[in-house]
Design a protein around this ligand. Structure first.
Ligand SMILES: NC(=O)c1ccc[n+]([C@@H]2O[C@H](COP(=O)([O-])OP(=O)(O)OC[C@H]3O[C@@H](n4cnc5c(N)ncnc54)[C@H](OP(=O)(O)O)[C@@H]3O)[C@@H](O)[C@H]2O)c1
Length: 279
């Protein structure tokens, strides 16, 4: 199963996330792809991710018959403040130059000449979008127009910011990537704007941000009915809501289990009961 962006790019329905994998990153990416994942998320942000190790994994996979073109690669531009003092670009350069330099370094790390998705890790402004956000977004639009990335997106974005971006950008985002809290109706406000603008919504920390919701009686009952694990039920729920879920599992068994979620079928009532479980 695949999703499609408003500009016609096919996106796999499940994404493997590489945050916090440190020196295990390369082996885990290889294992994830060999298990069946075809989308990989990283960021040019050394404190949490290791793009170069993702690149090393891609090289090994290519030698074993899984080519770059078979994969959907996503990485992010992270601001100086999010770099922990080790930014992969000149931190004193203008923002548009920082984006260009960061993007070029991502391509080098990953050993590719294009990305499938390039994401602004987080808006600079807490409320609304400010001058820095527009400057960076403009540079990302230029990368998109150049054909070096097939889509652009934004992460950690509030509903009012996303609405503003979709209204005012020359190229509106094709992707949003947000932490998905059950207590916020699984980010219902942001998902609604994504639906209105045909933006693909990627949900992360579906498991880790929702520990109480996952053990709620309705979720357990659904897992028992479909004879699956709670994680599988949540990932399938996310897909049936129209989301692209991320998993950050470090276990080969859980990689297989998570992919198996695609075979489940939840009823509309079950979807509704999980969607409202923490409201
Ligand atoms: N844009 C951003 O700012 C941002 C921030 C955070 C994360 N992300 C992205 O989202 C990705 C995923 O984030 P996350 O790590 O928070 O996701 P997550 O999938 O909610 O959390 C991973 C945890 O879930 C467990 N898990 C996964 N599948 C399981 C299963 N079938 N059964 C039991 N436990 C299971 C894992 O344990 P095991 O390892 O034991 O399986 C691990 O402890 C990251 O790697 C990153 O790419 C983006």
């Amino acid at each position: 199963m695949t999703l499609s962006t408003y500009n016609g790019v096919a996106v796999p329905s499940f994404m493997y996330g590489t945050a916090w994998k440190k020196e295990a990153t390369s082996a885990l990416v290889q294992s994830a792809v060999q298990s069946g994942f075809r989308a990989v998320d990283t960021a040019n942000q050394l404190i949490h991710y290791d793009e170069a190790q993702v690149g090393a994994a891609l090289q090994s996979l290519a030698k074993n018959g899984i080519a770059r073109a078979d994969l959907f690669l996503q990485t992010k531009f992270t601001s100086v403040d999010g770099q922990g003092g080790r930014s992969p670009y000149d931190p004193s350069a203008e923002l548009a130059v920082q984006v260009e330099q960061s993007f070029a370094s991502s391509l080098r790390h990953l050993g590719t000449d294009y990305l499938d998705s390039y994401v602004l890790h987080s808006p600079y402004s807490r409320r609304g979008l400010g001058r820095s956000d527009w400057e960076v977004w403009g540079a990302m639009e230029d990368l998109y127009r150049s054909g070096k990335t097939k889509t652009i997106g934004i992460s950690n974005v509030a509903a009012h910011q996303l609405a503003e971006l979709c209204e005012r950008a020359q190229v509106k985002p094709m992707m949003v990537q947000n932490r998905c809290f059950a207590a916020l109706g699984w980010d219902i406000d942001v998902r609604q704007i994504c639906r209105e603008h045909a933006v693909v919504y990627q949900g992360f920390s579906l498991l880790t941000a929702n520990r109480e919701a996952l053990i709620a009686p309705p979720v357990r009952a659904i897992a028992a009915r479909v004879n699956a694990g709670i994680a599988q039920v949540i990932f399938r729920f996310a897909m049936q809501l129209g989301m692209l879920p991320l998993t950050g599992t470090t276990s080969a068994q859980h990689m297989r289990d998570d992919l198996e979620a695609e075979r489940l079928e939840l009823t509309p009532e079950e979807i509704r009961s999980i969607e409202t479980v923490a409201l």
